[in-house]
Design a protein around this ligand. Sequence first.
Ligand code: GLN
Length: 447
Amino acid sequence: VKYYLQNIEDKSHLNVFLEVYKEEALKKAEEVDQKFRQGTYGKLAGLVVGLKDLLCYKDHRIQAGSKILEGFESQISGTAVERLIAEDAIIIGRQNCDEFGMGSSNENSPFGPTLNEIDNSRVPGGSSGASAVSVQADMCQVALGSDTGGSVRQPAAFCGIIGLKPTYSRISRHGLIAYASSFDTIGIFSKSIEDNALVLEVIAGKDEYDSTVSKKEVENYTGALNFDKKVKVAYLKETFESEGLNDNIKEKTLNTLNFLRAEGHQVEEITFPLIKYALPTYYILTTAEASSNLSRYDGVKYGYRSPNTEDLLSMYKKSRSEAFGSEVIRRIMLGTFVLSASYYDAYYTKAQKVRRLIKDKTQSILSDYDFIIMPTTPTTAFKIGERKNDPLEMYLADLFTVQASVSGIPAISVPNGTDPEGLPVGLQIMTNDFKESELFSFSKYIL
Ligand code: GLN
């Protein structure tokens, strides 16, 4: 704990933590030491964990990187957080993020951007950018983020670490502030596959507080990390033909595919023309869900209330427009528009249908192949400010990660070397629902 606290202090210019639970973490470390001596300690004894500012931790502040939750304290711990603590993990602090998880660069935060440790002029990715940097820069061993469309995998790729988005419904969302409920998953950042597998083992599984969580038994992921079989791997032609794909990333991904071929695995190109609709489908559906989820922040129940109000309506309007950032407002407007009576069928219903088609096709590919491999992102970490004023350009950062989110399948980003500038490149591996065990062992084999 002292080691990580020192790093947090030494690297405070990276702007990772909104709050550090220094005394509390040191006290918990003493307790865990005591338990250690007595020989009765939890599975995560001494594991130092950071939390994205979207995960509720009882009696601690939480504000989803938003002014609208200013001063708000959580009365509950989310299920994942509770399970970490029950196994003697040590929570070290609350981490910066894009407001409500909306963003790809950690620049949509009222607390300012988080910097990538490798090059401080570059973004760490988003929305769980700070959680990725906390692991990258050794400020904690593991961090929990949330991945709605890539927010764990994309920053993991930009920071050169591992980021897992498990199957939708594998981890309870109780205590995770909602962005787009049918996409949101808690995700795990780590430097090793072992740590990632161990944490998933602890936090996954049925939970009476989340009616959508799967009741499927949680596997012993850490006990199944050996990989010794030949597998079938698919890659999508369309991915490699994407306009914005950086040549170096393309080459690195193809090298990995060639390595797998040389090792005797079956690697095949397939086509998936519909995949070009994954990004628009994602943005129509998530903005729709967000506009509904965020309607609860009305200046009455939580956090910020405008001081300049005359009546009830102006209190709602002013509280919301003064506190929400511009990206959140943009998405509430888009979402409200696609859900409005005259456009509902043209956008929302249509996008739901396309989501089904993408999900079915993805699952049918994964019934023939064990894995789909592609780059995690089309580019490496971009410069701070470079895309901030161009939302469409920013949305392209999620080009490759949204397929797994639209389909609900698990996906992981693992480091795949660096480009000539020394910037990390990520490799994304996807597999079928609830096959996290295979995902871990295959990733470990590739690494
Ligand atoms: N960048 C994507 C978005 O802004 C993904 C966000 C996420 O996964 N939370 O929606």
